[in-house]
Design a protein around this ligand. Structure first.
Ligand SMILES: [Ca+2]
Ligand SMILES: [Zn+2]
Length: 454
């Protein structure tokens, strides 16, 4: 998630806050002795998730992460001595963590390994920091540890196959190539152009999916340089028989006549109960419908990038001029090669963002309701299984699992104010099997609706 730009109102509030802080500074100045004891706080956090959102989380016996957050951030040269203690409430067994904490800017973090031997039940976590001047700060909280009923939802073997070859109309060509031609990326009489462009857009889109599931900024604060989700995303079908029971196929191409204007929908799969599913034809049409990107024709970015090509808004399809060659022909790029490259990038990124979103639905995001049953997914209507805040409102900063229709073409392209859309840390924690969802008859939230999700 990017950092939203501050609004004018926000700046005003900040100015007032700064004024208040200066006032407080003056008061503290006169009570310097008290200040030493009261101004340093530590707080125990879980999975890099804001404490308010992590309150009712249930955690697995290993794999989750603990953070000790310092306010204010300590001087890296004079780090406090920090002891974190885990005590099983049932047995009184105590585990102490001292040497394995990884320090980052303003916090220390620890990924709980299987070898630590945490067991199901309640554990009390206590953290104590002792600073160089002899003062100390403490925090404690209680965590509920549960096992994954039937195994973790993602595990290690899941595969998602984005099938760009689907031919719903049976004309012998992938529907996706026709979709590209409809937006002017290809000329109807020269199928080799759309064929070439299709593979380039697919590669670009896949790269975008991989960025979503291999976050560069450590959303759950593992302290590791990389923390990719253990799902393999591929453009080809699984060839090994052993992989097929773990492969979900999501079709990309064509449209769903039952839901005109939908750029994509698949079935929401709570806790990824179906490792292998077909989000394509069958009983209900599902997948990604790139032809419907036409709904964004009024968007400024769409007009800028596809305006030169899309005949519906006055463009000339790529390839109408015989001199225009397949995009890969570096030796003879032909006219409009740069415009074409930009169109491939933007369409690929938009499609990739939608693919990341739909794939997440097939993996079980966003579980409706509050923890421990859900992860702040919406519970009714179009908000079902989409990101809402703990107060039931859609989160103010756009994120990858926002209701699709609430996202602009610019946001989908990663060109909006929030930058490239991301999973929220809590959603990432689910994808990394770091939270346990309770599944029993007491679940107060409704079952998935019959119709596929947007
Ligand atoms: Ca699934
Ligand atoms: Zn959705």
């Amino acid at each position: 998630m990017g950092v939203p730009r501050r609004s004018g109102v926000g700046r005003g509030v900040l100015a007032i806050a700064a004024g208040a802080l200066i006032g407080l500074g003056l008061i503290f100045f006169t009570h310097r002795e008290d200040l030493r004891r009261t101004d340093r706080r530590i707080e125990i956090a879980v999975n890099g998730v804001p404490i308010r959102l992590a309150r009712d989380l249930q955690l697995p016996t290993h794999g989750f992460t603990l953070q000790i957050v310092f306010t204010p951030p300590p001087d890296p040269a004079r780090r406090p001595a920090l002891v974190v203690e885990l005590r099983e409430e049932r047995t009184g067994k105590t585990l102490e963590i001292q040497d394995d904490l990884i320090y980052r800017d303003g916090y220390a973090t620890f990924a709980v390994p299987e070898a630590l031997g945490v067991r199901e039940g309640l554990i009390a976590v206590r953290a104590r920091a002792t600073f160089a001047d002899g003062t100390s700060a403490e925090d404690w909280r209680r965590l509920r540890i549960r096992g994954f009923f039937g195994g973790p939802p993602i595990g290690a073997r899941q595969i998602t196959h984005f099938d760009f070859g689907v031919d719903r109309d049976g004309d012998g060509r992938p529907d996706f190539e026709r979709d590209l031609e409809a937006m002017g990326l290809g000329e109807a009489g020269r199928p080799e152009l759309a064929h070439d462009l299709a593979s380039r857009v697919a590669e670009r889109a896949l790269a975008r999916v991989l960025r979503a599931y291999d976050a560069s900024d450590d959303p759950n604060r593992t302290g590791l340089p990389r923390d990719p989700v253990a799902v393999r995303f591929q453009l080809g079908a699984s060839e090994r028989m052993a992989d097929r029971p773990y492969t979900t196929r999501i079709c990309v191409g064509g449209r769903d006549p039952a839901q005109p204007g939908s750029v994509g929908h698949v079935r929401f799969d709570a806790r990824n109960a179906r490792r292998s599913s077909d989000e394509c034809m069958g009983k209900q049409t599902a997948g990604l419908f790139p032809a419907e990107l036409a709904i964004y024709r009024e968007a400024a970015l769409y007009r800028e990038v596809l305006g030169p090509f899309d005949p519906a808004i006055g463009g000339v399809p790529f390839g109408r001029d015989d001199a225009e060659r397949p995009a890969g022909d570096a030796a003879a790029p032909g006219p409009r090669a740069e415009e074409l490259a930009r169109a491939i990038e933007v369409v690929g990124d938009v499609l990739g963002t939608l693919m990341a979103h739909e794939a997440a639905h097939t993996l079980g995001l966003v579980p409706p309701g509050r923890p421990a049953f859900g992860l702040f997914g919406g519970t009714v209507g179009e908000e079902y299984a989409h990101a809402v805040g703990p107060d039931g409102e859609t989160s103010p900063a756009p994120s990858l699992m926002d209701r699709g229709r609430s996202l602009s073409f610019e946001a989908l392209a990663g060109a909006g104010e929030a930058g490239e859309l991301r999973f929220r840390p809590l959603e990432y924690a689910y994808l990394r099997d770091r939270v346990v969802l309770q599944s029993d008859a007491r679940n107060p939230y409704p079952d998935p609706p019959e119709a596929p999700l947007e």
